[in-house]
Design a protein. Structure first.
Length: 521
């Protein structure tokens, strides 16, 4: 069974979109993970700078440990770590600090490493010229005149004579100390977990380590991955359906072309496909197809007209020739060589007459002008007569019939008898010595089936495909050992089709040839 181009196009589009979506999702997932890690690093740094900007009592770090995990999205206290050291030693360490992690082994940033971009420390203004030590031999300067302006007067007193109230010291936190910090981030494996550490050092020797379990980040990314895995099949399904719909619309000209081609027979060569709003590629295809149909129609009409004209023109001369030969044979001495030669000539003239009549019928059938004189036809009686004819024409063959009684059809009696006699003639000519012929007929649901079978040496596969071609005979030399011109089966099939039925060569057992005529009941 052939593959569907439309299905392959839809599946290919869905697969291509799936690959693109997977690539986009992978890149987006990595970028989002990097963005989340960057955000986590910034949050850790902000907390480190805020906590090292002022001194805190020891109990502050316990409270801070409980609160900082929520800022990182940690669900449990064990998913964050805190370590604080000052110049005097360790101030605070989380109770669940991994035992296999030594704080001294952490990559603490060194305060000795100053960045070149940092401005130098402000040591105050340069010493005044008067304070500069005098060099040897340098003369002493005269005392400058004291022309320094007097200091400004004190500001006027407060309007109400009292200063404004000053806020109590507990209302505002003390101002932060602006101290340059060194900060570094590092991923560390400890306690069967992966931790994202933020390490900060202050000039006074303080060290602060804040860590977050990366499973918090992995949980968020897992939810994102799950959502993508759920959405991808739906997206691919919609893409596949869309590709199926669009490919169906794109291939509609091809379907119309196929439907027209399926209906092109000898009677339908005048069909053409109208050019609509198709794309340029399909318009070119339709134009080529219409041009081909036009050439076929013109050639077929010429061939059909030639066959009909030739058969019609030959009919009268052959009839005159046959009459003159028969008259000459009657004037010759019986059994003379002249009479024998005239008899052979008469056989050839009759053969030419048969060929011309069949060609005329075939040309009429091809042109759709085969006129049927349809009437009630007693098929059972006609087949019984056919069995008797076979027994007389081939006394050396075993002829039998299995004919259902009372079979009648609507048919042209003269033409349909010609079909039956053609099949019987083939069964006799292509039989085996001491062979057999079986003629059967039965009424089946919606149809009548006629079978003519005979003993045979077998029909090759190549001959089975061409057996209904005109002028084709299984005898490659077209010898005269078996009479015929190769038009009987072709004409019989055209007559059966003109009656709404068909003639086929059915599959048969070895050593048997079986032809089946099917007609509407």
């Amino acid at each position: 069974m052939g593959r569907s181009f439309r299905l392959r196009l839809a599946v290919s589009s869905a697969l291509l979109a799936g690959v693109a979506l997977a690539g986009f999702a992978g890149i987006a997932w990595l970028q989002l993970r990097d963005a989340k890690i960057g955000g986590l690093d910034r949050e850790i740094r902000d907390q480190a700078e805020r906590e090292l900007s002022r001194p805190w009592p020891a109990e502050h770090w316990t409270r801070h440990e409980r609160q900082m995990g929520r800022a990182f999205g940690a669900q449990a206290r064990q998913q964050s770590l805190l370590l604080m050291e000052d110049a005097g030693g360790e101030v605070f360490r989380s109770a669940h600090w991994p035992q296999d992690l030594n704080p001294e082994t952490l990559p603490w940033p060194s305060q000795a490493e100053r960045r070149e971009s940092e401005p130098p420390a402000d040591t105050g203004p340069p010493p005044a010229e008067a304070d500069r030590p005098r060099q040897a031999g340098e003369p002493a300067d005269l005392e400058p005149p004291d022309d320094t302006p007097p200091p400004p007067p004190f500001p006027p007193p407060f309007p109400n004579g009292r200063p404004p109230p000053f806020p109590p010291p507990g209302d505002f936190p003390p101002p932060p100390r602006q101290r340059p910090l060194k900060f570094a981030v590092e991923t560390v494996d400890a306690g069967n977990r992966r931790w994202r550490f933020g390490l900060a050092t202050a000039p006074g020797g303080e060290k602060l380590a804040i860590a977050v379990d990366l499973t918090v980040l992995d949980a968020d990314m897992a939810e994102l991955r799950k959502a993508f895995l759920l959405a991808t099949p739906l997206a691919l399904g919609f893409i596949g359906l869309g590709a199926w719909f669009l490919s169906g619309r794109a291939l509609s000209p091809v379907r119309r072309l196929s439907a027209t081609m399926a209906g092109v027979t000898a009677k339908g060569l005048d069909q053409r496909i109208a050019l609509g709003q198709e794309d340029q590629e399909f318009r070119q295809l339709i134009q080529v197809f219409n041009t081909m149909l036009e050439r076929l129609e013109r050639g077929f009409l010429q061939a059909s007209r030639f066959s009909a004209d030739a058969a019609h023109e030959l009919k009268t001369p052959l009839a005159i020739l046959q009459g003159q030969i028969e008259q000459a044979m009657g004037q010759c001495e019986a059994g003379s060589p002249v009479q024998a030669r005239l008899g052979s000539i008469l056989d050839e003239v009759q053969r030419l007459g048969t060929i011309s009549r069949k060609l005329l019928l075939l040309s009429l059938a091809d042109a759709g002008r085969l006129r049927l004189r349809v009437a009630r036809f007693d098929l059972s009686a006609a087949l019984e007569d056919l069995v008797e004819d076979a027994q007389m024409l081939a006394p050396g063959l075993d002829v039998s019939g299995a004919i259902a009684p009372g079979l009648t059809i609507e048919a042209d009696a003269e033409l349909f008898r010609q079909v039956l006699h053609n099949l019987l003639g083939n069964a006799i000519k292509y039989n085996q010595p001491q062979g057999w012929i079986r003629i059967g007929a039965a009424r089946l649901p919606g149809r009548v089936e006629i079978t003519v079978a005979n003993a045979s040496a077998g029909i090759p596969a190549a001959d089975r495909e061409r057996i209904f071609e005109r002028f084709y005979r299984a005898d490659p030399a077209h010898g005269r050992q078996i009479e015929g011109v190769g038009l009987g089966l072709s004409l019989s099939r055209e007559i059966a089709r003109a009656h709404g039925g068909d003639l086929t060569l059915a599959g048969a057992a070895e050593g048997e040839a079986r032809f089946v005529v099917v007609l509407p009941a």
